[in-house]
Design a binder for this molecule. Structure first.
Ligand code: SF4
Length: 238
C-alpha cells in the first residue's frame, strides 16, 4: 500500500524504510488504515523489484543500523514473500515487523528466525475486550506469543499495549502488561488518541475453524496453485 523512505528511529532503530502491505484479518474500531485497506489502492512488487527500491538507501541503513520495517495491514500474512526477500539479501538487511500476530502459527514459525524484531500490536490480553475492539478472537495472538516465548524468541518481541478509549481501562491495560511481562516480553504502553469519528462498524467475520484456516488468513502460504505470481504475469503480458 505504500513505501516510505528515510524514517529515522520511528519504526525501529536507525534509518528505515517502511513498507506497508495490504490485507488485515482484524477489524479494529479505530483503524487508521481502514479506508486504505478497503480502497484496493496498491501496487504489486516482486521481491527483486522491492529490493531494488530499498537498497538505494543501503548507506543510510549501514551508518545507522537501520533497515526495512514491514507494516500494514498485516505483513506477517506475506511470510513467504518476506522469507524470499531475506534470502535475496542473504540476511544483510535488518527486517522488523509491525504485526498483530493474529495469524496462523505457520507464518510466525517461518518469520521468527529471520526477523530482528516483532513489534506486536497486542490491543488487550482480555479476550472479550479484544473481540469487542477487533471483531475477532485472540486465539492466534495468544498461541503465537506462547510459541515465541517457548522457543527462545521473547527477546525479539516488543509488545505494545494501548489504552483504547471506550474499550479498555488503565486497570485492563495494567493486567495485560503484567501477563506479557510474565511471559518474558518487553512491553510498551501508550494511549490511542481519537482523531476521527469511527467509521461504520464492519461485519463480524466469525471464528475460523481450525486447522482449516480461511484463505485470507493463509496469506502467501496458500497452496501453490492459488498464489498469483505477479512477476510471471508481467512476463506473459510483455
Ligand atoms: S490490526 Fe492495524 S491495520 Fe489491522 S484493522 Fe487493526 S489497526 Fe487496522
Amino acid at each position: 500500500m505504500g513505501i516510505e523512505r528515510l524514517r529515522d528511529n520511528v519504526d525501529g532503530p536507525g534509518i528505515r524504510t517502511l513498507v506497508l502491505f495490504d490485507s488485515c484479518p482484524l477489524h479494529c474500531e479505530y483503524c487508521i488504515n481502514k479506508m486504505m485497506l478497503k480502497s484496493g489502492i496498491k501496487k504489486d512488487f516482486s521481491v527483486e523489484e522491492l529490493y531494488d527500491i530499498l537498497r538505494i538507501d543501503d548507506p543510510y541503513y549501514e551508518i545507522s543500523d537501520g533497515g526495512v520495517t514491514f507494516g500494514g495491514g498485516e505483513p506477517a500474512l506475506q511470510s513467504r514473500f518476506i522469507e524470499d526477500f531475506y534470502n535475496l539479501t542473504e540476511g544483510r538487511m535488518s527486517i522488523i515487523l509491525e504485526t498483530s500476530l493474529s495469524i496462523p502459527l505457520e507464518h510466525v514459525q517461518k518469520l521468527a528466525p529471520i526477523v530482528d524484531r516483532f513489534y506486536v500490536d497486542v490491543k488487550d490480553m482480555n479476550p472479550e475486550i479484544y473481540c469487542d475492539y477487533t471483531h475477532e478472537y485472540n486465539y492466534f495472538l495468544i498461541t503465537n506469543l506462547e510459541w515465541l516465548a517457548r522457543n527462545g524468541y521473547a527477546t525479539k518481541v516488543i509488545a505494545r499495549v494501548p489504552l483504547i478509549p471506550e474499550f479498555n481501562t488503565e486497570e485492563d491495560q495494567a493486567k495485560s502488561v503484567k501477563k506479557l511481562k510474565e511471559m518474558g516480553f518487553e512491553v510498551e504502553t501508550f494511549k490511542y488518541v481519537q482523531t476521527h469519528k469511527p467509521l461504520e462498524p464492519i461485519m463480524l467475520m466469525g471464528v475460523p475453524e481450525l486447522p482449516d484456516y480461511p484463505d485470507d488468513l493463509m496469506g502467501d502460504l496458500k497452496p501453490e496453485e492459488d498464489i498469483i505470481h505477479t512477476g510471471d504475469e508481467r512476463e506473459e503480458e510483455m
